[in-house]
Design a protein around this ligand. Structure first.
Ligand code: UDP
Ligand code: MG
Length: 313
């Protein structure tokens, strides 16, 4: 199968028929074999009934219905697990992403050898203050932290080589960082394509202002897990040791000044309390490192690596 198109959706009943029509027009024109996997993320409108009707008319459509709303990441993750196509395309259900981009996104994977291509909504039709400006800031931080040169990490329209989606796990609100997850898994050829963005035709946006706080917290955890997830002691141990040693040196200094220079009133000095504090903090960091090591040693995926090729085996 040439492509799997994965569409996470939450209360998007008005858009679905139009969206499917349009996708079908595009893939038929390019003679691609395809499947459309629609993941209903616990909608409480008629989205699922619409999916059932669409499926009855077109056997290439598949559906997954969540019992409740789990979020876009969970929906994408289920879609990734089910995808059979050589190239996997994700797009939003609200028709803000144009299906006309599909053939070129696929071509970049197949012909140019990209592992993943992310859309870039260069001209955006969203609210300037609640969406466009914050997302510029967010993208700048993500770019700097991850070293991936993308303008628009969070664009819903992306294409992937099948192997990529099978080797990453998206949960929480990690859908914003799929390029980073892909890079950590070893897929470094990540490209970008300017895509047409359209105003939302039906319904409302499902993401409010809270997404910024969650977004940045997720970025922090993803960077940490990616770097130290399999070796927590290298982070906690280092800082714990530095903190403890610094406190210890201060104490030595205070001791020397008491016994050799007869200084008094040591416990009145801020330095004394500072030394106690950083020694305790240092010990705790160290302990956190040990506990982290114990946990990661027991993690079932502690030895799961992606093997690219094998010879003679
Ligand atoms: N979505 C989802 N589960 C959620 C929230 C959103 O599956 O909990 C889907 C939504 O239906 C849409 C896509 O994710 O297909 C992007 O959402 P939206 O268009 O509201 O985001 P925006 O374009 O405003 O950033
Ligand atoms: Mg949208």
């Amino acid at each position: 199968m040439d492509i799997s198109i994965i569409i996470p959706l939450y209360n998007e009943e008005e858009s679905l028929p139009e969206l499917v029509d349009w996708i079908k027009r595009v893939v038929d024109a390019h003679q691609l074999s395809y499947e459309i996997i629609m993941i209903d993320d616990g909608s409480n409108d008629g989205s699922w009934e619409i999916i059932e009707q669409l499926k009855a008319a077109n056997q290439n459509i598949k559906g997954i219905k969540f019992q409740r709303n789990y979020g876009k990441s969970a929906a994408l993750n289920e879609g990734f697990k089910a995808a059979l196509g050589d190239v996997v395309i994700t797009m939003d259900a609200d028709m803000q992403d144009s299906p006309d981009e599909i053939p070129e996104l696929r071509r970049m994977i197949v012909d140019e050898g990209f592992d993943m291509v992310s859309g870039w909504k260069k001209k955006r039709y969203d609210n300037t203050f609640t969406k466009n400006i914050p997302s510029k800031l967010f993208n700048a931080v993500a770019r700097k932290k991850s070293g991936i040169k993308l303008h628009d990490f969070n664009c819903g329209l992306k294409s992937y080589r099948n192997k990529v989606v099978k080797s990453i796990e998206v949960y929480g609100e990690m859908h914003r960082y799929i390029p980073i997850l892909a890079k950590w898994s070893g897929f470094r050829k990540i490209g970008e394509k300017v895509v047409e963005h359209r105003p939302r035709k039906y319904g409302n946006t499902k993401f409010g202002w809270e997404r910024f706080i969650n977004g940045f917290l997720d970025l922090a955890s993803i960077m940490f897990v990616g770097k130290f997830g399999k070796r927590p002691m290298h982070f906690f141990g280092l800082w714990g040791t530095i903190s403890f040693l610094l406190g210890f040196i201060i104490f030595l200094w205070l001791t020397v000044s008491k016994y050799f220079f007869n200084e008094t009133g040591l416990t009145q000095r801020p330095l004394f309390f500072f030394a106690i504090m950083i020694m305790i903090i240092g010990t705790q960091l160290f302990l956190a490192g040990f506990i982290g090591e114990l946990i990661s040693r027991n993690a079932p995926d502690r030895n799961s690596y992606l093997i690219e090729k094998k010879l003679g085996l």
